[in-house]
Every structure is written in structure tokens, then in C-alpha cells.
Design a protein. Sequence first.
Length: 255
Amino acid sequence: MNNFEAFVQLHNNPSQFVLGNIWDVHSATVFEAAGYQAIGVSSQAMSNSLGYADGENLPFDLLLRLAKRVVEVVKIPFSVDMEGGYDKTAAGIINNINKLHDAGVVGINLEDTIPGASRQFQSADIFQSTLSAIADHISRNNMQLFLNIRTDGFLMGSPTALEDTLVRVKTYEDAGAQGIFVPCITDSGDIKTVVQATTLPVNVMCMPALPGFDELGALGVKRISMGPFLFNKVYNNAGALAKAVLSDNNFASIL
């Protein structure tokens, strides 16, 4: 079984799996050594680690360079968050997808909102057209690439988040998505409703009110991401340790 087949299988197992979200090559090796079955880029964590704000401000070439090196170093399946695809056209997004696929990436995330000063939804019809073109390209070229589509109603705090998500999930499933990612959904009833609305594996993300893994599995969730939360915790701790070195006037805190 190759890494793509293993990644697909993880989404179809009876139980859920936790995706380790990386920001550099060393974090990828840390997750692999810890026993994670698959890893994926956190766009926010990687962008912040290199001094960029999230929202496609990180140059695509840096993302591609990381992808190539991670594939060289780790043995487990590796997926990349492309945000909106780093282009406004289906042809441009497909070109970027080809580069990641050639690098050995086995999955990608694409989101249905446009980043900026204020994140905005793309029209469901327009995004469906783009997604259909991408899915058709992947299929026609027999590319081993898992297409996980993110819909942002809950992330944006929409008062009609559940209703919007249900409509978009069905639209994206029809367009050729292989998985659905609903970040910031936390209510058990909402999660169950989304899971029951699609035949695709559903992906949720670490949030303070998110149920535990066993409950998420019982609700039918297949993939659980951690987003930038581990990265944030690591660097919060690093900041505290850096302060301790100066306040203690010695290195005891980091030895």
C-alpha cells in the first residue's frame, strides 16, 4: 500500500484519525516519531513561522519547497493546505496542484472563501465550477491526490452556518470532492447533522469546545485536525522560557 492508498484508507476506517499539523520539516519528523499516521501543513502555522500573515501571503514557492523536503524526510502520508489555491483561476490552481503532486504530496486542502482584510465566501456556483474542473483534471490524469474541501461558515461565525454548510457540502460532493473540512464546528448536534448529510468523510478541527476524540468518532467524524494550536502552544512556551532566562539570570529554565 502506497502513501496515497494509506491516506485514503485512513478516511474510510471505522475509527477516526488525528492529523498532525506541521509548520516545518522538524515538526513533521516530531509527529512521525510520536506515532501519527499522517501529517498536513497548517497554513497559519507555517506562514507565522516564516513571518507572514495567514491568507496566501506566504509565497507558494516556499510552500512547494517545504513540501518537497518533507516528502524526502518522512515516510507517512503528507497533505498540504493550499488555502484558496494560490490563484484565482481553475487553470492556475491546477498548475499549482500539479507541482505539489509531482513533489509527492498525497492530499490537498482547498477552501471556499477568499482571504483578505475580511474573509469572503466565494459564490457556491463559481466555486463548484472551479472544483469540478480540478476534480476532473485529477481524475483524467489518474493523479493519486486526496481532494479535501474546506467550507467556512462556522469559521466565519455566520448565523446560518449550519444551513450554509449543508448546501455547500452537497454541492462540493457533487463536484468531485473526496472529503469535507468544516473548521470551527463544535456542537455535537451540528457535527452529526453534517456527517449525515454527506457520504464523504468529514474533517473537523481543534477548538476549545470540540468534543473528545471518542465522541467525535461516535458522531461519524473521520479526520481531526489540530490547525495552528500546537504551533501556538510551542511558541508561547518558548516565549515564557526566553523570559525566564533573563529573569533568572541563568539557563536553568532551558537545561
